[in-house]
Design a protein around this ligand. Structure first.
Ligand SMILES: Cc1ncc(COP(=O)(O)O)c(C=O)c1O
Length: 457
């Protein structure tokens, strides 16, 4: 009999609760600090940027937080997402491993990002916010928040990293289709954008700069506009746990349990969304699943960065958190996985990685695209360049299992499709893609500019 390929749940199986890792953190969290005073932040400071409900979620230690019905109603447009077994890829690799993937690219925006965009827009709406400001790199996050703001009738300003704004015009048009306003960052609209441009009129932008512009927009709006972030923060990671909760049920339908769970990491949200519910089963239920985060060698915060306090943005307006960082003024090399070009990483993920609960690996751009092509030609889906990092690691696990003659069960997160990323595929297919390794010296130089926090780091 041939193996089953798709494992489907129905609408009633959309999770009713998000899982909050804070309840089970085996290592204590470091405090979040005010960027000027370097004292622990107060809800007052955070309240300028976020609605109270999200601030409460950020610091909550409740294990489960109920998903509002209004949010579940919109989740119904694409959740539960399918779990597939990559039988054709297994065959192409001639591996005894079983490879499963959770496919988040079925959302209207094309990635996992609406899982948090929808609740963030909802909580802002019910607390009276009129407009949101955010940043986006390659455009996946901006598209997701534009979709969500449209449903809740909120205005949205998106600061899009300038190089992507020009490279990916269709992502911009998608955001505009949902009703958002999109500006190339650095822009003339903010003090920080103007300051960057006056020093360097050709600055290509970075996520750190775009975050600074969006934070400034919210902070100077007299309370009318709030800021929204698509990764890194606890509440964002928590909203993404719908992925892992569904995957647990679907693996059950498949009658298997993963030996290893894999996800790419930019700020850490899609990986945590899949991995944290499996980590809970490790911590509370004696399971022994390995949890593997995959990053690009061009932005290797976990595998090459320092674990220390750093600013979340370039202008040093966002809070200081303890994380693996390449330095807040990190200028990302021009790799195609735009969503993985952030200098830091979610603090909970960093703490867990440092304590040995998670593993991490960095992969090069060329081998990542080779994996994406192999996946497209066996499974049919053209992956987002970010998600292709997870595919690379999943294939490497399957080949390792083959070498060792092991039947390993591999589960990875296919966080988004790459249908807007044809330019990147074109560069690869025409042999013009290059590898890029972030130099150690650059990391060392960036460490000189870290905030001087008087605390055991
Ligand atoms: C498809 C896709 N996957 C992954 C990421 C990385 O973000 P995170 O680590 O928060 O999941 C992004 C970010 O834009 C993305 O668009």
């Amino acid at each position: 009999m041939s193996a089953q390929v798709r494992y489907q749940l129905n609408e009633n199986d959309i999770p009713k609760f998000w899982y909050n890792i804070n309840a089970d953190m085996p290592v204590p969290p470091a405090p979040v600090l005010h960027p000027q005073t370097m004292e622990p932040v107060t809800p007052d400071f955070l309240g300028v940027l976020f609605p109270m409900e999200l601030i409460l979620q950020e610091i909550s230690v409740e294990r489960y937080i109920q998903i509002p019905e209004e949010v579940r109603e919109i989740y119904k447009l694409y959740r539960p997402t399918p779990l597939l077994r990559a039988t054709r890829l297994e065959k192409a690799l001639d591996t005894p491993a079983h490879i499963y993937y959770k496919y988040e690219g079925v959302s209207p925006a094309g990635s996992h990002k609406p899982n948090t965009a929808i609740p963030q827009a909802f909580y802002n709406k019910i607390s009276g916010t009129k407009a949101l400001a955010t940043e986006t790199g390659a455009g996946q996050w901006g598209s997701a928040l534009a979709l969500a703001c449209n449903f809740f009738d909120l205005a949205l300003e998106v600061y899009m990293v300038k190089v992507s704004y020009h490279q990916k015009p269709y992502r911009r048009v998608m955001m505009e289709t949902y009703g958002a306003q999109v500006f190339a960052s650095p822009s003339e609209r903010t003090n920080y954008g103007r300051a960057v441009l006056s020093e360097d009129p050709d600055n290509p932008g970075s996520l750190g700069i775009a975050i600074s512009e969006a934070v400034e927009t919210a902070a100077t709006s007299g309370g009318l506009k709030k800021y929204s972030l698509g990764s890194v923060l606890n509440h964002v990671l928590m909203h993404q746990t719908v992925i892992g909760e569904e995957a647990l049920k679907q693996m059950d339908l498949a009658g298997e349990y993963p030996d290893v769970v894999i996800g790419c990491v930019g700020g850490g949200s899609n990986f945590s969304g899949l991995a944290y519910p499996f980590l809970r089963q490790n911590l509370l239920d004696g399971q022994k699943t390995r949890l593997l985060a995959v990053e690009p060698t061009a932005a290797p915060s976990l595998t090459r960065g320092s674990y220390t306090f750093d600013y979340g943005d370039t202008a040093r307006m966002a809070p200081i958190v303890k994380m693996y960082t390449l330095g807040h003024d990190f200028v990302p090399p021009p790799i195609h996985a735009g969503g993985l070009r952030y200098h830091g990483m979610a603090p909970s993920l960093c703490a867990l990685y440092q304590a040995g609960y998670l593993e991490a690996v960095a992969v090069q751009q060329l081998t990542t695209f080779q994996a994406a092509i192999q996946f497209a030609r066996s499974e049919g889906i053209i992956a987002a360049p970010e998600s292709a990092h997870a595919i690379r690691a999943a294939i490497d696990e399957a080949l390792d299992a083959k070498e060792k003659g092991e039947k390993r069960v591999i589960l990875f997160n296919l966080s988004g499709h790459g249908n807007f990323d044809m330019a990147a595929y074109q560069v690869y297919l025409s042999d013009q893609l290059e590898d890029y390794e972030y130099p150690f010296e650059a990391v060392n130089a960036a460490m000189e500019k870290l905030p001087k926090v008087e605390m055991p780091a």
